[in-house]
Design a binder for this molecule. Structure first.
Ligand code: S3P
Length: 439
């Protein structure tokens, strides 16, 4: 296991970074490209480990990829929806919940057996949330432990029943799995989403010509005869940018700009929370709607005096991946920050509520774990400590940011997982002025 020793920032973080392309969009672009009949070209594809897991699985369905990692380009050649082949081996989703859940939706529409597994973390993540609704499509789907966990087995059918389902968890992964299965249905599907989650799949399917509409909480999907390829340009990942922006807010005198970031409001709840804490953060939209239907622009953060805030409820899905770094930030804010309604965090790559509370308390913070959130009293001076990433990329990066404002050296064990979402994280942080001792 690789570890890193970080020393506190001795000078401000400064500069402009173009951070990795959006992981959520890249998964969807690869999957929707695989459903198109012909050649789809994607610019700005993220070749992080999670997206490579998606490509590896799709190859087993007979999809061909030409990867140009350096230029962030991906060319997809596929026979398209209705012509994908039965995988000739087990599908390994690695650490990626997005891959296993969303690809299960696609597998329901593919004749034959698809078997999914993944790493130790993925094999502990809940799957009933996709199994119960996907079964209504007429495909057979089952999971280990009474449908709770992977491995999963799917026996797909080329024509499915339309879905009529109200989501019980506000999860974009579950919603997307159902949207993908709905493409192989014989008539219109209706998916009800009482609490909105990221809407990238809906935007991208519409961009590829699928007749998909939304009335109040309900999404209506008409199954297309086939999907035709289009060119797609993907913006940067706000969930990755969040680490750089929060580091800039915390290290005195810093000023950091992250360019070409996806500004879809179903992803940028963390910016609204940071502003409510007094953070000097400005968004500069540059592209209102680009290929793929997403807005993008740059975000600038200036070191700020922060105060506490409280958030929970409907905003949670729009910042679900940013809660660990928001918790780090709250340790340096004046007053009590209360986060509620975030019980989903216990079911991510690690139990993120526990992992972040435990690590920050080792650093001298005052963080109390509640069943569905965190209570953080600040500001508390942080001190260097020996921390575990729990194999979770977002926990590792959150602790690294915390260590920049701690007194003394911090050692973080298990940092290889950062490549799951942000392979160039250390390079980008060093460009901004971070120094490390050694791995
Ligand atoms: C994702 C949705 C979120 C998020 C995950 C990526 C997506 O999960 O935590 O990192 O790309 O749809 P849920 O939809 O399960 O909340």
């Amino acid at each position: 296991m690789t570890s890193i020793r970080v020393i506190p920032a001795s000078r401000p973080l400064e500069g402009t970074i173009r951070c990795p392309r959006d992981k959520s969009l890249s998964h969807r672009a690869a999957m929707i490209g695989a459903l198109c009949n012909g050649t789809t070209r994607i610019e700005g594809f993220s070749f992080c480990q999670d997206c490579l897991s998606t490509l590896r699985c799709l190859e087993r369905f007979g999809v061909h990829f030409e990867k140009n990692e350096h230029a962030e380009k991906l060319v997809i050649k596929s026979p398209g929806l209705h012509h994908l082949s039965e995988p000739d081996d087990i599908l390994d989703a690695g650490n990626s919940g997005t891959s296993i859940r969303m690809l299960s939706g696609i597998a329901c529409g593919v004749e034959g057996i698809s078997v999914f597994t993944g790493d130790e973390s993925i094999r502990k993540r809940p799957m009933k949330r996709i199994i119960i609704p996907l079964r209504k499509s007429g495909a057979f789907i089952a999971g280990r432990g009474g449908d709770r966990f992977p491995p999963l087995i799917v026996q797909g059918k080329s024509v499915l029943f339309p879905l009529q389902y109200a989501l019980e968890v506000p999860s974009a992964q579950v919603k997307s799995a159902l949207l993908f299965a709905a493409l192989s249905a014989k008539s219109t599907s209706r998916i009800e989403e009482p609490i909105a989650s990221r809407d990238h799949t809906e935007r991208m399917l519409r961009y590829f010509g699928v007749s998909l509409s939304r009335r109040e909480d309900t999404i209506y999907v008409e199954p297309p005869a086939e999907l035709s390829p289009r060119e797609l340009v993907l913006p940067g990942d706000p969930s990755s940018a969040a680490f750089l922006l929060c580091a800039a807010l915390l290290v005195p005198g810093s000023e950091v700009t992250v360019t070409d970031i996806c500004l879809n409001s179903t992803r940028t709840g963390f910016l609204r929370v940071l502003r409510s804490m007094g953070a000097q953060i400005t968004e500069h939209p540059t592209v209102t709607t680009q290929e793929g239907g997403e807005e993008s622009g740059s975000i600038r953060a200036v070191a700020s005096r922060l105060h506490s805030t409280s958030f929970g409820g409907e905003i949670i899905p729009s910042l679900v991946d940013e809660i660990p770094i928001l918790a780090v930030t709250a340790t340096q804010a004046e007053g009590r920050t209360v986060i509620t309604g975030a019980e989903e965090l216990r079911l991510k790559e690690s139990d993120r509520l526990h992992a972040v509370a435990d690590g920050l308390n080792k650093m001298g913070a005052a963080v109390e774990e509640t069943p569905d959130g965190l209570i953080i009293d600040g500001p508390t001076p942080l001190r260097g400590a020996r921390l575990q990433s729990h194999g979770d990329h977002r926990i590792a990066m959150s602790f690294l940011v915390a260590s920049l404002v701690a007194k003394g050296e911090t050692e973080i064990e298990g940092i290889d997982c950062i490549g799951i979402s942000y392979p160039s994280f250390f390079k980008d942080m060093e460009t901004l002025g971070m120094r490390r001792l050694k791995e």
